[in-house]
Design a protein around this ligand. Sequence first.
Ligand code: ATP
Ligand code: MG
Length: 465
Amino acid sequence: MKQSMHIEHHAEILNAIIESSFDGLWICNAEGEVLKINKASEKINSISAEQVVGKNVKDLMEQGLFDRSVTLEVMKKKKRVSILQNLNNGKKLLVTGNPIIVDSKLTYIVTNDRDITELIELKEELEESREISRKYRQKLQEVLHKENEDTENFVFCSKEMKKVYEMIQKVSEVGVTVFLQGESGVGKSRIARLIHEYSERRKGPFIHVNCGAIPETLLESELFGYVKGAFTDANEDGKPGMFELADGGTLFLDEITEMPLDLQVKLLHFLDSEKIKRVGDTLTRKIDVRIIVASNRNIQGLVEKKKFREDLFFRVNIVPIEIPPLRNRKEDVPLLLSYFLGRYNARYGKALTLDTEVTDLLCQYSFPGNIRELSNLIERLVVMAHESAICREDIPGQLVESVVMSPQKIDKNFLFQFSLKEAMEKVERQLIENARKICKTQVELANLLGISQPTVARKIRKHNL
Ligand SMILES: Nc1ncnc2c1ncn2[C@@H]1O[C@H](COP(=O)(O)OP(=O)(O)OP(=O)(O)O)[C@@H](O)[C@H]1O
Ligand SMILES: [Mg+2]
C-alpha cells in the first residue's frame, strides 16, 4: 500500500514535470505508438491529446499532421535525432527524438518539440533590418563623401598635378613612408589627409603634428608620451604620445625639419623597428602607424649643414612627392578660382561672379602664398563684394601692381642679349602692354605708369601698339 502510494506520488511528479515543460513532449513506445503528449505539444501542434494518443506516428504522418517523423527515425537509428519539421499549421519546429533504452532494448522514444517559428521569423527580420541598415549606412557614407567633396575637393587639371595625383593614389595602396615637399600653401597637409583617406587605414586615426609649432622641450613627450614620474610636471598616470594615439592610422609629421636632432634619432628608430618608448619608460611598445612627413624648406641644404640627419633623410625620402608651386602650374588657377568662388558663395549665401578682367589678372598673378593665398583672396572678395560681379577695383592694389611689374613678364635671357637701350625699350613696351590690359583710358595708363598722358600717347605710337 505504502509502495503503491509512493509510485503514484512519483507518477504525479513526473506528470507535473512533463506538463510544466514549455517545449512540447511526445512519449511513444518502441513501435511508434503515442503514449502521451503534454499541453505544450497540444498547443504547438494545434491538436488535442485524444487525437493522437493510441495512434501510430506513421499513420499520423500519412494523415498529414507533420511532414517528417523523428520518432520513426529514432526507431530506425536507435539514437538521438534532431530534425526541422514543418507543420500543416505553418509552424516550424526543431524536433529532437531521444531513445530510452532499457536492458539494451529500445523501450520508449521521448520527443522534444521546440517551436522556432518566431525565432526564424526574428532571424529573418533581423537579417532584413541588418540589410536595411547596411544600405542606409552605405547611402550615408555616399552622402557624407559627396558633402566632403563639395566642401573639400581636391582640384587640379595641370599635367604637373596629374603626376602628383597618380603618386598619391599609388602610395595610398601601400604603407610606405611618404615625404611631401613644397612651398607653403601648395597643399601638403591636404595631400597627407588624402593619402590617409585613400588608404586602408582610413577608419583609423589621422594625427597631424606640426613639429615647428610645439616647443622643442615638449615635443618629445608630445610625440612619444611619458610614464608616471618621468619629470616634475608629469601627469600622475603618464600620457600616451601622438605615435600611440595614431596607432592603426596615420601620423603626419609636418615641418619635419624643425624636429631636434635627438628626436630625429628616435623617429629613425621607430621607422626601423616600429617600436617606441615613452619618456622615462623601460618598456618598448609596438605601434602600427604610417608616417607621412612634410617640409617647405630645402631639406638637402639642411642635411649638408648637418641640421638634419642624413640617415633619416634617406629613410623618409623613399617616396618623395614634390608639389609644384601654383606659379608653375598656371592651368590650375582658373579652375581653383571657380572652385573657391563656388565654395565661398555657398558659405556666405551669395551668387557672385568674377569679371573676365579679374580672372585674366589673377591668372597672371604669381600667388607666392599658393593655394592658401588664392583661397583667402577669394574669400575676402566674396565677403567684401557689394555688386553681383567682382571687378578689378575690388582687387588689392598691391596685387595688381605686382602683376603689371612682374619680372616674369620679362624674358629671362633677354637682359644678356640686348644693349641697355634696347632692353629699356623692350621693358617699356611690355609695361605699356600690360598696363593697357587693365586701364581703360590713356589718363589711367599715365597715372599707373607715373608719366603724363601726352607721353603715353607718344610711346604708344612709337611702339606701334
Ligand atoms: N588641389 C587643391 N584643391 C583644392 N584645395 C586645395 C588644394 N590644395 C590645397 N588646397 C587648400 O589650400 C589650403 C592650403 O593647403 P595646405 O594647408 O594643405 O597647404 P600646405 O602645403 O600644407 O601649407 P603649409 O606649408 O603652410 O602647411 C587648404 O585650405 C587646402 O584645403
Ligand atoms: Mg600644412
